[in-house]
Structures are given as structure tokens and as C-alpha cells.
Design a protein around this ligand. Structure first.
Ligand code: GLA
Length: 798
């Protein structure tokens, strides 16, 4: 038995770019459930709906290997070929979520044990124990056979491993492995006992075998390590499959898994490290689509790999597992598909093409009904097929955001286990910051709290309760470079072992924040909060902030009279970091037109500007003027801008003077965006535009906001409006409520605006520029009319 480990050697990856050559529309298709003479009809209907991809085989283990080592793969080969002859490519699933009955009969302890100590039943999927050596051996065999047969098949473009990892097993083997995992991680029982404060309640361990699996509430340190162990176990199982598959695949074939959005069973950043592409399954269940909230789950998935993703499953009208399985309104699913595309999906696949005649999911929606005829919903998919075919330029396009929301599974688990207020929910709190941005069409990335922060203007770290050195260093660095950071309640309470930090909140971020939290309060009733930007209240939670440095830290809002403890104390603060007001600027430039333009803009705003032309002369000019800031164009033909930059940074006299790299040329923007942005610890404007330049100037000072209150929605909107404006963050487009706009940028730099009416009423949008509307093939000047659930795909025209 090998031990799941948190340290993994790097995986062999696809060498091809994971960039879609087309936008895909598809469905999960189970040819094994139907007679082969039906396949041509299905495939014709798929083609007529505009489907371009089918996902196959992810539950087909018993058909592919009906007995140990006896492989029946020909049918799948024929299905792939039949689809391909209609122009439909395939994504193959490894069928490991459904270990077959014969395998379970051979190895009954391959079945997982649930929290009550019972073996789970065969026949409901994901019934395996993820650490089972017999599962691993059988997985090796089936995945190996599929890889050998289909790895080089030109019609298979990608692989999905397993299906929606979710099962947690509590068998004796898992417990033993967990104990060994802890021994490797902590090195000694003494260290483990110290980190977990086991003197409390006589929990001290004197042998590794004494350590239990946490069933229900337990020591917070133990609980966190168990979550990490479960993630490591799944990583190991996933890695086993990747290692078997990868050697057989062409370079441009990707490997993914279909995750479940905000599901909290695993650390998804760990899980996606070894994958080429992130994908997820999106269902509404009861009710209707709330775009302001659900966009966050797309952005979360895009953030796993920080690139576009696949929507591997979505709801074809209705599901079968919700209390009320209502059908989406006509047009709603199309708007949802476009919503996914607007947030970075390169493919939308429905689950499923046709329901099996038997089995647990007979009532689930599908494109084709039990009689084999298209359901009414099929027409909507057909429309989507036409839509996607009419925007080929979207393939390979990407998104970029100026705002990042940090997501941290450790912090999420820690808070969920000890909420202190029953309604304090980590994801809901993150969404409380996401929604005001989304409502204003401000695009945001949801990324790991450990990810690099280069390129963002505003970073929001909701409830980042668990800190480690990396997180603290990145946040400090981000602010030092002029970034705007928002810290919220419960920040900096815990160390990496889920123990209290022996300091007041926000622990090692206190200098950055400019405040400490003297006390936190779970609230029975809302308490008033008011200040410059709003007059409202805090619900659920309130932290009493103590300002550390009055000269640098501004009080944005205070609590009103409530429990006595909070009355009059700061609730929201902003601390400035930086050299202070920028007035004197030296501009090193050798293109007179550009220099004049910059001069015009800056002087109008009251900056004192000196222009120096070319290399050494530039440096001399800076020495003479002693500026607050230097503007430098890196692409000057006659000199090496990097060299000037290097000299400046090495020059004692110039210490601490920030540099803004200004450029009007796309190639230098690339250069800035790529390798060098990490090197230049200043600001980069790319490419130059007067507005961006002014925004960057206003960012010379980093800002750290501390929000101790859980504000009411209107106050939160107002707070975020002010913060976004101060950070120089721009909405994609101004639209009325219910209408969303997002932007994708094509490989050749063209901006494509996707505008979606998420409501059942007609809406109109004022456009700031004349546009071409690609779905209707019209030119639009100023007013864009959107029908209920209407979509427009726009590019700016001159
Ligand atoms: C999940 C599974 C699918 C199917 C759908 C039904 O997402 O991955 O196989 O069961 O749910 O909604």
C-alpha cells in the first residue's frame, strides 16, 4: 500500500496549448444503453442540433470489462467512429466511478465504509474506497486497456477521469494510512501533540495507532489534516490514472475531471494541479438561475487552472434529484450556456442525450425522450448550436480581470467547523463580496489564496482565517506594489495547523492592515454601521477594530449604539501604504508625439512633469529633478529600457522611486505581462492609454481596507463601488439590472462583448460605441434591444 503524499513529482503534461480550436456544444451519450441500430438516428439528431462533442463511457466499466481482464472495447471504437463520421469528436471518461459488481464480489472491502461504520452498498456509483489497492489495480487495468486502444484515436480530444469525486471512506485501511500520513508530516508525536494542543481534554497521543479519524466534530487540527489526507488520497488515485494514460496520448489531448463547483470535500487547487484542464457540472435543481451568484462558480472553476474551462454537464431543462424538479423557462438554459461562455467556458455539454429506460435517473431531463424523439428542449439546444457556429472567432479567446477574490479551502473548512454564528458561511461570505462586483459587470477571478497576484488592481481576501508565510508575503508584496487589498472578518486568526495564532487578529497582517481586532461579536440582531459611504448595519458578525497608526489609517465607518462594546468603534478602515502624493514626474521618452500627449494629460491634472529623452540623459534628468515617480517607455528604439530601469534601481539616490512602464506598443505589453512583470516591482501600464495612466497614478499608494462588519447588501454595494473606483477598476459595460456583460479577448486582440438578458422582460442597453452584433448580423448604434433571455455578441466598430 503506498501512502498518499502531499509532495508529488511533477506530472508529464500535454505539451500542446490547452486552447480550444473551436467552441464545443455536446452531451453525455451512453451508446452502451441502446441497440447499435439506434445509434445512426441519435447521431443524426445530434448533428441536426449542432452538437460537436459527445462524452462517452464514464460509467461503462461493466460493458467494457464484463469479467476480469476480458475487454470489450470494439463497441466504443465503433461509437467513436460513427460520431466522427458526423463531425462529432469524443471525450472519453475513465469508468472508475462505477466499479462493476464482479469486482466488488471479488474484493468486498473495495467498498467504502461510511461515517456510521457501515459498508456502502454497491450500485449507486462512487461506492469505492479511494485507497483500496484492489481498486488501484483494477483501475490500472481498465484505464490501461482504454489508453492503449483509444489514446491515439484522432477523434478523441480529451479524457475525463472518474466522475465527480466525492466519497469519503472511514475504513481501517484509511485510518492506518492517515496515521502514517501524519507520521510523515509531523515527524514526531511531540510535534503533533504541540500543534494540536492535545493537553486539552487529555488528547495527548503516545502512539500513532491511537489517532482516530474524525467522525463529526473533533480537534480542529485533526479535522484539517484529515481533509488534507482525503485530498492527497484522491490526488494519488487521480495521478495513478494520469500516469497510465499520458504515455498513450497525443500532445494535444487533455485530461480533466468534472468537479462540482463549491463542493468542499477536497482542496480543488491541489486536485487540479495534475490536470490539464478544469471542468465542472452545473445544475440549478429547484428554482431558477441567479446569474449574479452562479457566475462565481464559473469564475472559481476558471481559477483552478487560471484559464478557460469546460462545462462538462449542465441541466437540460430539469433534473430528477431536487425537491421540486421544475423545468427552466424557455430561453433560460440558452442564457445560462452563454453565461458560462461569457465566464470562460469553451464547451457546454448537457447531461444527458437520452435517459436510460431503467436505472435511478429516469425522470432526469434529456435532449431526447424515452420514445427516442427530440423533447421540446432540443429546439433550444439547436438554437445554441446555431449561435456557437456563428461566432467562430470566440475559439481561443480568453478573459482577464482586474480583480481577484481569494478562495482558501483551509479557511473555509476551519470556519465551517467553528462558525460561532450558525449563519456565518464561508462561501456565502465570499459571494457577499462577489455580488456587488458582478451586479456592476466588474469581472473577477476567484483564485487560490496561494496564487501569484501580479496584474490585479484589487484583491479581496474574504475571511482568510488561515495564514501561512506564503500568503502573508504575497499580500504584503501586492500592496507594496500599489495594489488595493480588502481584508474581512475573521482574517488572520489561525496558523497552518488550524490553531489560534498567538496574536490578535489579523496576526501577521496587522502592520499591513493598520488595525487590530480587539474583539469579535456574533450578532443576534443587526447593529448600525455608518460612515462616509453608507448608512446601514452589520448582521451576523462584528469586529471591533483598533487603529494602530492614525496618520496612515482612515476610519471609513463606525458602529452605532448597540451592545455597548461596539458603540462608536471603527467597523471599516483604510490604510495607505506608499510614498505619498505624486507630484513630480520624470518621463523618459524619445517619441515626441507620445511625450506631448503624456505631458498634456498630466499637466492638466496638476503634475509637475519633466521630460528626458533617451538613455543616460534620462537618468541624469531624474537625479536633477528628484521625482516622486518615473514614467519609462521600454520600447524606445535607441536604448534598452530594461537597462535604464536596472540602473535606476541600482542607484542609491533613486531608491524607492516607483516606475510606471508606459507603452503604446503591443509587443512590449506582452513583454511586460510575461516574464518581466515579476521582476519589475513597480507598475506596468499596458498598453498606454491616458485613462490607464491616470488610474495607475492613483494607485501609487497601496490601500488596505479592513472590513470588520458584515454589511447589509445596499451598504456593501456602496462600499465596493467606492473601493473599485479607488482601485481604478472598470466595469465591462454599464447595463440595467438583470443584464450581464462580459468580455473575451480573441487571439488577435479583438474584444468581444457578450451581453445577456437574464430576465423574462425585454431590456435595452445603451452602447457607448457603435457595434456589430454577431448573432443577428446587424450593426447597432447606441441602443441594443434584448428580448427576454436575449443574447448579443458584440464587437466594437469604428
Ligand atoms: C451528476 C452526474 C451525472 C448525473 C447528473 C444528474 O452531475 O455526474 O452522471 O447523475 O448528476 O443531474
Amino acid at each position: 500500500m503506498t501512502l498518499p503524499s502531499t509532495v508529488r513529482p511533477p506530472v508529464a503534461r500535454t505539451t500542446g496549448l490547452i486552447q480550444s480550436s473551436r467552441m464545443h456544444l455536446g452531451a453525455a451519450y451512453y451508446p452502451e444503453q441502446w441497440p447499435e441500430d439506434r445509434w445512426p438516428t441519435d447521431i443524426r439528431l445530434m448533428r441536426e442540433a449542432g452538437l460537436t462533442v459527445a462524452r462517452l463511457a464514464e460509467f461503462a466499466w461493466s460493458t467494457l470489462e464484463p469479467a476480469e481482464g476480458e475487454f470489450h472495447l470494439d463497441w466504443l471504437d465503433r461509437a467513436i467512429s460513427a460520431l466522427a463520421s458526423a463531425g462529432i469528436v469524443s471525450v472519453l471518461g475513465t469508468p472508475t466511478a462505477a466499479p462493476p459488481a464482479w469486482l466488488v464480489q471479488q474484493h468486498p472491502d473495495l467498498l467504502a465504509v461510511d461515517e456510521n461504520g457501515r459498508r456502502v452498498q454497491f450500485g449507486n456509483r462512487s461506492h469505492y474506497c479511494v485507497t483500496s489497492p484492489e481498486l488501484h489495480a483494477a483501475t490500472h487495468r481498465i484505464v490501461g486497456a482504454m489508453a492503449e486502444r483509444f489514446g491515439s484515436n484522432p477523434h478523441v480530444i480529451g479524457w475525463q477521469l472518474d466522475n465527480e469525486y466525492n466519497r469519503v471512506c472511514t475504513c481501517d485501511r484509511c485510518r492506518g494510512l492517515f496515521q502514517r500520513y501524519l507520521a510523515v508530516k509531523f515527524g514526531s508525536l511531540q510535534a503533533l501533540n504541540d500543534h494540536w494542543s492535545t493537553a486539552y481534554w487529555s488528547q495527548t497521543y503516545s502512539a500513532w495507532e491511537q489517532i482516530p479519524l474524525p467522525i463529526g466534530p473533533h480537534n480542529p487540527g485533526l479535522m484539517l489534516e484529515f481533509k488534507r489526507f482525503v485530498t492527497a488520497s484522491y490526488c494519488q488515485f487521480q495521478r495513478l490514472q494520469i500516469d497510465v494514460l499520458r504515455p498513450h496520448l497525443r500532445n494535444d489531448v487533455w485530461i480533466t475531471h468534472n468537479f462540482m463547483g463549491w463542493f468542499d470535500g477536497l482542496d480543488h487547487y491541489e486536485m487540479t494541479q495534475d490536470l490539464d484542464l478544469a471542468a465542472w457540472d452545473w445544475y440549478i435543481g429547484s428554482g431558477h438561475h441567479d446569474y449574479v451568484t452562479t457566475g462565481a462558480a464559473h469564475d472559481l472553476t476558471r481559477g483552478f487552472k487560471r484559464r478557460n474551462f469546460w462545462l462538462m454537464e449542465t441541466q437540460p431543462g430539469h433534473v430528477n434529484w431536487s425537491p421540486i424538479n421544475n423545468t427552466l423557462n424557455r430561453g433560460e438554459a440558452r442564457a445560462m450556456a452563454w453565461h458560462a461562455v461569457a465566464h470562460g467556458a469553451d464547451a457546454v455539454l448537457y447531461w444527458q442525450w437520452r435517459s436510460a429506460l431503467g436505472g435511478q435517473e429516469q425522470f432526469h431531463g434529456a435532449l431526447v425522450d424515452q420514445s427516442g424523439q427530440p423533447r421540446p428542449f432540443y429546439r433550444e439546444v439547436q438554437q445554441l448550436g446555431r449561435d456557437l457556429a456563428s461566432v467562430p472567432f470566440l475559439a481561443g479567446s480568453t478573459l482577464s480581470s482586474e480583480v481577484a477574490l481569494l478562495n482558501c479551502y483551509d479557511s473555509r473548512w476551519s470556519i465551517q467547523w467553528q462558525r460561532h454564528h450558525r449563519d456565518l458561511d464561508y462561501v456565502e461570505h465570499l459571494l457577499h463580496y462577489y455580488r456587488p462586483l458582478a451586479a456592476r459587470n466588474i469581472a473577477a477571478d476567484v483564485i487560490s489564496a496561494d496564487a501569484p497576484l501580479d496584474g490585479y488592481k484589487l484583491v479581496i481576501a474574504p475571511a482568510l482565517t488561515i495564514l501561512n508565510e506564503n500568503r502573508v508575503a504575497r499580500l504584503n508584496d501586492f500592496v507594496a506594489r500599489g495594489g488595493h487589498l480588502v481584508l474581512t472578518l475573521r482574517t488572520g486568526m489561525r496558523d497552518d495547523y488550524n490553531a489560534w495564532l498567538p496574536s490578535r487578529q489579523p496576526g501577521p497582517l496587522a502592520d499591513l492592515a493598520g488595525v487590530q481586532v480587539e474583539e469579535y461579536y456574533a450578532l443576534l440582531d443587526p447593529v448600525p454601521v455608518s460612515g462616509e459611504w453608507f448608512d446601514g448595519s452589520s448582521r451576523l458578525w462584528a469586529e471591533r477594530l483598533q487603529v494602530q497608526d492614525g496618520a496612515q489609517t482612515r476610519i471609513i465607518a463606525r458602529y452605532g449604539a448597540s451592545n455597548g462594546w461596539l458603540d462608536g468603534y471603527p467597523a471599516v478602515t483604510a490604510r495607505t501604504h506608499g510614498e505619498g502624493e505624486v507630484k513630480k514626474i520624470v518621463c523618459i521618452e524619445d517619441e515626441p508625439d507620445m511625450a506631448n500627449l503624456i505631458k498634456l494629460i498630466l499637466e492638466r491634472k496638476g503634475y509637475d512633469l519633466t521630460i528626458a529623452i533617451g538613455g543616460q540623459a534620462g537618468l541624469e534628468a531624474i537625479r536633477r529633478v528628484k521625482p516622486d515617480l518615473v514614467l519609462l517607455d521600454l520600447m524606445m528604439p535607441d536604448m534598452d529600457g530594461w537597462q535604464v530601469y536596472g540602473q535606476m534601481k541600482a542607484d542609491e539616490e533613486m531608491k524607492g522611486i516607483p516606475v510606471i512602464v508606459v507603452t503604446a506598443r503591443a509587443e512590449s505589453a506582452d513583454r511586460g505581462l510575461g516574464l518581466h512583470i515579476a521582476k519589475v516591482k513597480d507598475f506596468i501600464v499596458k498598453p498606454f492609454s491616458p485613462q490607464e495612466l491616470l488610474q495607475s497614478l492613483s494607485r501609487i499608494n497601496g490601500q488596505v481596507y479592513c472590513v470588520g462588519a458584515y454589511l447589509d447588501d445596499a451598504s456593501q454595494q456602496s462600499l465596493l463601488n467606492h473601493i473599485a473606483e479607488a482601485a481604478g477598476v472598470q466595469p465591462v459595460l454599464e447595463t440595467p439590472p438583470g443584464v450581464e456583460a462580459r468580455k473575451r479577448v480573441t487571439a488577435n486582440g479583438q474584444e468581444v462583448f457578450i451581453v445577456i438578458n437574464h430576465e423574462r422582460a425585454e431590456k435595452s442597453v445603451r452602447l457607448p460605441w457603435p457595434a456589430r452584433e454577431h448573432l443577428s448580423n446587424q450593426s447597432i448604434i447606441e441602443g441594443l434591444k434584448l428580448m427576454p433571455y436575449g443574447i448579443a455578441v458584440l464587437t466594437r466598430s469604428a
